[in-house]
Design a protein around this ligand. Structure first.
Ligand code: SAH
Ligand code: DHB
Ligand code: MG
Length: 222
């Protein structure tokens, strides 16, 4: 089985189960037209995030790494009336495209996009003493995943779900000698998970239109 099959099956699954949606399609189109990297979650992954968030009745969601806001729109769709997504993005151009996408989706009032490096915006967010986030999606630069996870634990509560994207990277995650900063970030994150008593976590490998990668799911238990 190769990329061609994975892509074809993702297409089939998305056609069968993920109904096409003007706001989401427009967000991807605007992102591509603006030259943003095409690394948003796949449609079936976006729906997975939405279903996970909905299944825990999330009312408050934190996302680290907005890009053009494709995953953000999926996450916002999980929320009930009055729910809120805070999403953090370092690149002004990405933020600008995302904001236009939120407007077009009619979701601007429930999405709070904060521009800046997440390691700067997270302490500011924490200083506001927000209500704990029920659901957190970590999907920015991979070398800082350990720090993002530490902040996420501070901003969560028992019962919160934390999802981390891109934790397998074609299997490179098992290379203990890797000098790649992303891989080292993911490996340090796994060391943290192994020690951390306040969470229960697992990692699922995925194949699909985005290649061979994976998600970590961490439930805050204490
Ligand atoms: N979640 C998006 C994809 C995010 S891609 C989706 O699935 O639709 C990763 C994003 O993280 C990029 O937009 C990149 O600019 C942003 N990023 C990278 N380093 C960052 C940092 N230090 N702080 C905040 N955002 C960062
Ligand atoms: C890539 C994919 C991602 O989902 C991401 O968040 C960052 C980078 C990539 O394929 O390069
Ligand atoms: Mg990602």
């Amino acid at each position: 089985m190769t990329q061609k099959t994975w892509t074809a099956v993702d297409k089939y699954v998305s056609e069968m189960l993920v109904s096409s949606d003007k706001a989401l399609d427009a967000a991807l189109e605007a992102s591509a037209d603006s030259g943003l990297p095409q690394i948003a979650v796949a449609p079936n992954q976006g729906k997975l995030l939405m279903l996970l968030a909905r299944s825990i009745n999330a009312r408050t969601i934190l996302e680290i790494g907005t890009l053009g806001g494709y995953s953000t729109i999926w996450l916002a769709r999980a929320l009930p009336e009055g729910g809120r997504v805070v999403t953090l993005e370092a690149e002004p151009r990405h933020a600008e495209v995302a904001r236009a996408n939120f407007d077009r989706a009619g979701l601007a009032q429930m999405i709070d996009l904060r521009l800046g490096k997440a390691l700067d915006t997270l302490p500011k967010l924490a200083a506001e003493r927000p209500a704990p986030f029920d659901f957190i999606f970590i999907d920015a630069d991979k070398e800082n995943i350990p720090d993002y996870f530490t902040w996420s634990l501070k901003l969560a509560r028992p019962g919160s779900m934390i999802i981390v994207d891109n934790v397998v990277r074609d299997g490179k995650v098992i290379d203990a000698e890797s000098h790649n900063h992303s891989i080292r970030g993911v490996r340090r994150f796994n060391e943290m998970l192994k020690q951390e008593t306040r969470i229960s976590a697992t990692t699922i490998q995925t194949v699909g239109v985005k290649g061979y990668d994976g998600f970590t799911l961490a439930l805050v238990t204490g």
